[in-house]
Design a protein around this ligand. Structure first.
Ligand code: TRP
Length: 370
């Protein structure tokens, strides 16, 4: 009875506590320093659900960081998490178009298929098969206590918990471990999943043992929290497609201008950067800052008495100028779906090779090589 999993529910919940968050941030800074010296120690894995087009919140919150890591020489795996689409909704929607749109977004922002492997859940059977042994390593009660699963369940209203919603953190462990990634650039909301991934890797080692006695089959994956500030939506709340407060990466300049024109500001004509008391105005300033590389306080000072109108004009120019080359590339890419599919298929093929090798090791550790 020694290898009965201890319930890790508390551990998962604690991963988002203030103290734990500060430790993770400090560790992320150390990892960044190591990447600068030797990027070859790391394999990065992360991904997105193809539920809609990627937007500026995604870009500044995580996509730009992936391109930076890729360009720093870190081996990078990006998952089009198509099976995760059906965790909290019925049906896949226009998934084919969405996946192609996401491929266009990825390549337009600078993810390079020569350096980065882009692949989809549904195309990598070995990844999905890992879910079986992994599910043997977790308890129902710890899954129920995962704070991110709880939050997602609440967000679906009165929907009952599906088996997939309950277990998707274990599937996400398979996403990370099928390629033995040791670094996962994510936001805070994903930290419980990473803790779950470490728990799965550790328990696999305890229960099924090793093939190479010198190292466990699966590494302990760490989070890389990005320093990037969160860009809010045009109403000052979280940028989210369902709220209609989103600027998509692929929108054209005119649509962007119209959306920013409708953004929420406040009645004080004098522009200041004050995220605490003026969240909507400050968010717009931050957006201009991210696009121009200028300090937000300096931007506000320049605007002075320009009012909401002056601010919006500046933000529109900044966003449209910054994204112009990305959008031009995206238009070209979107016109060539054959190429986008080819890139995805190449990524899938590579992911299958890597996943098969891992699965062979898993079978060997479990004495299931026949
Ligand atoms: N859960 C992530 C999201 O909703 C997407 C994702 C799927 C992911 N698998 C992953 C992120 C593995 C990091 C690692 O955005």
């Amino acid at each position: 009875m020694t290898d009965q999993p201890q319930d890790a529910g508390d551990q998962l919940a604690a991963s988002t506590s203030e103290a734990s968050l500060r430790r993770t941030e400090a560790r992320s800074a150390e990892i960044e320093a190591q990447i600068a010296v030797d990027p070859s120690q790391f394999r990065v894995m992360t991904g997105d659900r193809p539920t809609g087009n990627l937007h500026l919140g995604h870009y500044f919150g995580s996509l730009a960081n992936r391109v930076r890591l890729q360009d720093a020489g870190v081996d990078t795996y990006i998952l089009v998490a198509d099976y995760q689409v059906i965790t909290d909704r019925d049906g896949t929607g226009p998934i084919f178009e969405r996946v192609l749109g996401m491929m266009a977004d990825y390549l337009a922002i600078g993810l390079d298929p020569e350096k980065t492997t882009i692949y989809a859940h549904s195309a990598v059977p070995s990844l999905n098969q890992l879910l079986l042994p992994f599910l043997s390593l977790v308890t129902e009660s710890e899954l129920r206590r995962n704070p991110t699963v709880k939050a997602e369940l609440e967000a679906t209203g009165d929907r009952p918990m599906s088996g997939l919603l309950l277990t998707y953190p274990v599937h996400q462990a398979a996403d990370i471990l099928f390629c033995k990634a040791n670094l996962v650039p994510v936001g805070k909301d994903q930290l419980p999943h990473l803790e779950q991934t470490r728990v799965v890797a550790r328990r696999f080692d305890e229960r099924y043992g090793r093939v190479d006695p010198a190292r466990p089959v699966f590494p302990q994956a760490e989070a890389l929290l990005s320093k990037a500030s969160t860009v809010l939506g045009l109403d000052g709340t979280k940028m989210s497609k369902t709220k209609g407060n989103v600027i998509e990466i692929g929108m054209d300049a005119g649509t962007t201008a119209n959306l920013i024109k409708k953004a929420v500001t406040d009645s004080d004509r004098f522009i200041t950067y004050d995220p605490q008391n003026r969240p909507e105005v400050s968010n717009l300033i931050m957006l201009a800052s991210l696009c121009t590389g200028r300090d937000p306080v300096a931007i506000a000072a320049d605007l002075g008495n320009a009012g909401g109108g002056g601010l919006k004009k500046l933000v529109t120019e900044a966003v449209n100028e910054f994204f112009a080359p990305i959008r031009a590339r995206r238009v070209e890419l979107a016109a060539d779906p054959g190429y986008l599919l080819e890139v995805l298929r190449k990524g899938n093929a590579h992911a299958n090779e890597v996943g098969e090798a891992t699965l062979a090791e898993v079978r060997a550790a479990m004495n299931m090589t026949y």
